[in-house]
Design a protein around this ligand. Structure first.
Ligand code: HEC
Length: 107
């Protein structure tokens, strides 16, 4: 019986992509609305917020550290929040995976 319960909780964990840092799933759910499925940032929200075009070398001109920081702490332009931070929702390890995922958008 105890073993069954353990197996069930493992199954529950596996069913939650975020628990295993599935960058693609997190990106599709929380980031694509602005940054676009293709990373170009050409969505309505992305254009409004001023998202970069991650398919170009120019749009990728930020360090991995800056990327992780942006994801966890958000991006501000003076008093205006360009992107909110995801601390508490996304772990640092997931943020690193997301940065690696975003790097792949460059053509
Ligand atoms: C409300 C729209 C919006 C959402 C949602 C959003 N972002 Fe952003 N993101 C932006 C904007 C705008 C910037 C700042 C662009 C700039 O001026 O550098 C930014 C910056 C970044 C940066 C820093 C590099 C850069 O472009 O300056 C990373 C990395 C990033 N976002 C990843 C993500 C990830 C991963 C998610 C989902 C967890 C996400 N963003 C969700 C709009 C958004």
């Amino acid at each position: 019986m105890k073993i069954q319960i353990t197996l069930l909780s493992i199954a529950a964990l596996l069913a939650t992509p975020a628990a295993f840092g599935d960058a693609a799933a997190i990106y599709a759910k929380s980031c694509a609305s602005c940054h676009g499925k293709d990373g170009a940032g050409a969505t309505k929200m992305g254009k409004k917020a001023g998202a970069r075009d991650y398919t170009t070398a120019e749009g990728q001109k930020w360090s991995d550290e800056e990327g992780v920081k942006a994801i966890l702490e958000g991006v501000k332009d003076g008093d205006k929040t360009k992107m909110k931070g995801y601390t508490g929702k996304i772990t640092e390890a997931e943020a690193k995976e997301l940065v690696a995922y975003i790097r792949k958008f460059k053509k």
